[in-house]
Design a protein around this ligand. Structure first.
Ligand SMILES: C[C@H](N)C(=O)N[C@@H](Cc1c[nH]cn1)C(=O)O
Ligand SMILES: [Zn+2]
Ligand SMILES: [Zn+2]
Length: 478
């Protein structure tokens, strides 16, 4: 089976230095989608990918996605689409990834410069975007190049779709995918996304579910400008005081969401589903290792996994406009915007969630009897996704994991969100597989994000092996 894989693997090992240099170049571009000032860098990152793909012989297009909603002065970064191979006798796999990253500042507590890839003696490659999602995106390019250098025929036609706004809710991409499903993506036989993580550090997994994400702002304003707290403290109603009270009413210390009616939207747990959790390779120590502490809410694996995968959670993210620098500043902020999000699960409809959130926040604010003004709004929403792993796409990926890592993968769901996964499934009608490269300790979105060299290099082998096994799977519909 897949006889050329050993030659391919040897080639990947031989090119590992080159592949790390490619990741270094990508990490050096600070493509932060949430920062308007960084938009030229996001565009530059898309250009970097397009140039690399063209140099590998792919047909590449950079398609504009129009203006950013609510920020009409800003163009959305182009989506980079590409095709490598157009052989009617081969299967066609559509892969998706994102080239934007979360914000990262030294003062957040990074030990190394976030946009300088820094490799330590344990082979940990630190840098923003290393695991989420520049390493996996480059994995597809590296796989093409290793095949070329080894003189091994590429086993499938590869369609690629790389976007620059995933960390900001994939703005503009749903319409694009819907429009291209029967055009540019028409011959895709299945979809593969490498943009999530293993549950621990040793056992690979294939993922068939994601939570959705509804992201909200609460804006509270009152005074016409920031005030001196000595002069005006005690005489003006303070927006920050109101905001803290509203935000503290959303969730308790044990993660219980306090918005009435929300838990009624959640699909009940069945016995069949309950029985799946026990067999998953995951321990509380895995959790503590990735948390960097023992501050988990539950003491057992089953409830921890369920809380991550199949129940909603509400997280408070920050307050725009509030004093946050070191030291002491005696200011009363005039306007503050609190940010929180709800990770949603089957069967929560985003519009039902919005309705409950608005009603509750407005009710809590009204109960404060404040003279300030409160506005609650949705910033972006992406829906949850759960699919069947009983499909040749998953079978091929399972064989690839066994070949590269020597173990059968766990079938997992993921607590994070990739909003376009459901869109790809619905628009193309094809099976979607999530095939992660990084591990649970990679600290995506956090300080000191990293990708282990082992996961990157073996991950490049994995993506290539998956494509070889896809080519061998008997053709069935779906
Ligand atoms: C899992 C994926 N790598 C990821 O990090 N997704 C983001 C998507 C998102 C949703 N709202 C804003 N970004 C996530 O789960 O936070
Ligand atoms: Zn990601
Ligand atoms: Zn992310």
């Amino acid at each position: 089976m897949a006889p050329q894989l050993d030659g391919y693997f040897k080639q990947v090992d031989g090119m590992s230095g080159h592949f790390i240099e490619r990741l270094r170049k990508a990490v050096a571009i600070p493509s932060v989608s949430a920062d308007d000032e960084r938009r030229p860098d996001v565009v530059r990152m898309g250009q970097f990918l397009a140039d690399e793909l063209r140099a590998l012989g792919a047909e590449v297009e950079q398609r504009p996605l129009g203006k950013q909603p609510h920020k009409e002065h800003l163009d959305l970064p182009p989506v980079v689409i590409a095709r490598y191979g157009n052989d009617k006798k081969k299967r066609t796999i559509l892969v998706y990834g994102h080239y934007d990253v979360q914000p990262a500042l030294m003062e957040d507590g990074w030990a190394t410069k976030p946009f300088d890839l820094t490799v330590d003696e344990k082979g940990r490659m630190f840098g923003r975007g290393s695991t989420d999602d520049k390493g996996p995106v480059l994995g597809w390019l590296n796989s093409i190049e290793a095949h070329q250098k080894a003189g091994i025929d590429f086993p499938v036609n590869l369609l690629m779709c790389f976007e620059g706004m995933e960390e900001y809710g994939s703005e503009g991409l749903d319409d694009f995918i819907n429009a291209e499903a029967k055009n540019y993506f028409a011959d895709a036989d299945a979809v593969c996304i490498s943009d999530n993580y293993w549950l621990g550090t040793e056992k690979p997994c294939l993922t068939y579910g994601l939570r959705g994400c509804s992201y909200y702002s609460i804006e509270i304003s009152g005074p016409g400008q920031d005030l001196h707290s000595g002069v005006f403290g005690g005489t003006a109603q303070e927006p920050m005081t109101d905001l803290v009270r509203v935000m503290s009413s959303l969730v308790d210390t044990d993660g219980k969401i306090l918005i009435p009616g929300l838990s009624d939207l959640v699909a009940p747990l069945t016995d069949e589903e309950k029985s799946l959790y026990g067999d998953i390779s995951f321990t509380m120590d895995n959790l503590y290792e990735s948390l960097g502490s023992k501050t988990g809410i539950y003491d057992d694996k089953e409830r921890t996994l369920m809380a991550r995968w199949r129940y909603p959670s509400l997280s408070l993210h920050g307050v725009e406009g509030a004093f946050s620098a070191p030291g002491a500043k005696t200011v009363i902020p005039a306007k503050v915007i609190g940010k929180f999000s709800i990770r949603t699960v089957p069967n929560m409809e985003p519009t039902d969630v919005d309705e409950l959130v608005y009603k509750y926040v407005e009710g809590v604010f009204a109960s404060l009897k404040s003279k300030n003004t409160c506005k609650v709004s949705l910033q972006h929403a992406g829906k949850w996704w759960v699919a069947s792993p009983r499909h040749w796409n998953f079978t091929a990926a399972g064989k690839a994991v066994e070949k590269v890592w020597g173990v059968k993968p766990d079938l997992t769901r993921e607590g994070g969100s990739i909003p376009v996964t459901l869109t790809f499934e619905q628009a193309t009608g094809k099976n979607v597989l999530l095939l992660p490269m990084g591990s649970s300790t990679d600290a995506a979105h956090s300080i000191n994000e990293k990708l282990d060299k082992r996961n990157y290099i073996e991950g490049i082998k994995l993506l290539g092996a998956y494509l070889h096994y896809v080519a061998e799977e008997p053709m069935k519909e779906g």
